[in-house]
Design a protein around this ligand. Structure first.
Ligand code: ACO
Length: 402
């Protein structure tokens, strides 16, 4: 029943590309990836330099506006973000409707979407000022919502933002402070988390970013679009991979068990894969993985956990895999998720929060991509076609004749 010639005649061209492995959905000036060389650039700047010398808010500015901020622009941007960190008090009551054991990502999907029910004055996307305010609100409020989702899940009171702190320290405090004790921010943790946010900020047209663009192409408001991105990110094949990597390292348990798991990963008849290895685009070392590995060492050193068994297993697994013909031939290197789970766990985050942290960071990239699309005069609603493979035309059969 598929009549390709008809589709071809309608459009001049018709391609069938499941998973969009070879179809560009847009032009973009934001992020560049060279998977063969292991290169990742935000607006032309190498990820290594941004992670080493920059900070997350500066990276947000860069993604949004295309240039690193001057000192005045930076101060102004920080001020605008910190002015918006509070969420409406009714949002706190909204949280009370969730079950205590709700997954924090379920709470995030709902609460980010609910922002459009609270902030009507920034949902008109034809108004440049409203678009800007919505962008600031999203970057500012997403850590507050994420910390609230965490606090709610462990039955502790919400901690209000403290705006003299930097973005990441503020977030750590909202997650870990309790009313009865003074909370001291560990600068090594704050720096490590800031770097993790930079590494996750954007990654061109991945599934969740494409979701945000597709939702936004219909003219949906930015809160709704980012909620769609959060929902997509929740999937285990996307934001959930570091959780899977951590579970695998825990299951391997000791260095002696590694060869058994490596052999399983190479066995064609065994569906097991080494989680945290391989990437659709990077066929060389994922540049984010190198920085992540260094960050992991810094956090574990700070905690006196240099001999942590999970870290030992990770290091040895990486060593064995990188010298194994199978992994060399298939260009399977550790990806960003390999070391991020160990790091976040060491910093005290439960596994259920890993994808939430990813969402906090990726919000900056989602907004930059959404903004780029909305401001493109040639922008069209995203409307993929399909190859219909169902029944040919047939006549309705009355109920008593079926
Ligand atoms: N362990 C063992 N073998 C692997 C692995 C792995 N982790 N990854 C790929 N392979 C093998 C496949 O079995 C396949 O072998 P074959 O050619 O003999 O059939 C070959 O390498 C190619 O694999 P594909 O799945 O076709 O490669 P693709 O580029 O589509 O997949 C993916 C990339 C999904 C990331 C894959 O490497 C994988 O499943 N990795 C483990 C999960 C993971 O770490 N995901 C996180 C990705 S990073 C992120 O999302 C932020």
């Amino acid at each position: 029943v598929v009549d390709i010639s008809k589709l071809y005649a309608q459009t001049g061209m018709f391609t069938y590309d499941p998973g969009f492995t070879s179809t560009a959905s847009c032009e973009s000036e934001i992020t560049y990836i060279d998977g063969d060389e292991g290169v990742l650039l935000y607006r032309g700047y190498p990820i290594e330099q941004l992670a080493e010398q920059g900070d997350f808010l500066e990276t947000c500015y860069l993604l949004l506006y295309g240039e690193l901020p001057t000192p005045i622009q930076r101060r102004d941007f920080n001020y605008r973000i910190t002015r918006h960190t509070m969420v409406h008090e009714q949002m706190a009551r909204f949280f009370q409707g969730f079950r205590r054991d709700a997954h924090p990502m379920a709470v995030m999907v709902a609460s980010v979407g609910a922002l459009s029910a609270f902030y009507h004055d920034s949902t008109d996307i034809s108004d440049q000022r409203q678009r800007m305010v919505a962008s600031m609100r999203l970057i500012a409020k997403i850590p507050t919502l994420a910390a609230m989702a965490y606090k709610y899940s462990i039955g502790q009171p919400f901690v209000y933002p403290k705006n003299e702190l930097d973005y990441t320290s503020n977030f750590l405090r909202m997650c870990y402070a309790v009313p009865c004790e003074e909370y001291k921010i560990n600068p090594i943790f704050a720096r490590a988390l800031d770097r993790i946010f930079i590494l996750h900020a954007d990654h061109e047209q991945n599934a969740s970013t494409s979701t945000v663009r597709l939702a936004g192409s219909s003219g949906a408001n930015p809160f709704a679009c980012i909620a769609a991105g959060v929902a997509c990110l929740w999937g285990p094949a996307h934001g959930g991979a570091n959780e899977a990597a951590l579970k695998m390292l825990t299951e391997i348990g000791t260095v002696e068990n590694i060869p058994k798991y490596v052999a399983r990963a190479k066995d064609k008849n065994d569906p097991f894969r080494l989680m945290g290895f391989g990437h659709r685009v990077y066929k060389n070392y994922d540049p984010r993985a190198k920085i992540m590995q260094q960050t992991c060492h810094e956090v574990l050193n700070e905690l006196g956990m240099k001999d942590d068994p999970l870290l030992q297993v990770a290091i040895e697994l990486e060593r064995i895999a990188l010298s194994d013909e199978y992994f060399i031939e298939k260009k399977l290197y550790p990806n960003i998720d390999f070391y991020s789970g160990i790091t976040l766990k060491a910093m005290g985050f439960p596994i259920s929060m890993f994808t939430v942290l990813f969402a906090v960071a990726r919000t900056s990239g989602w907004i930059a991509q959404w903004k780029e699309m909305i401001e493109d005069p040639g922008q069209k609603i995203g409307r993929p076609r399909q190859l219909y493979i169902g029944a040919a035309r047939r006549d309705y059969v009355p109920l008593d004749k079926r």
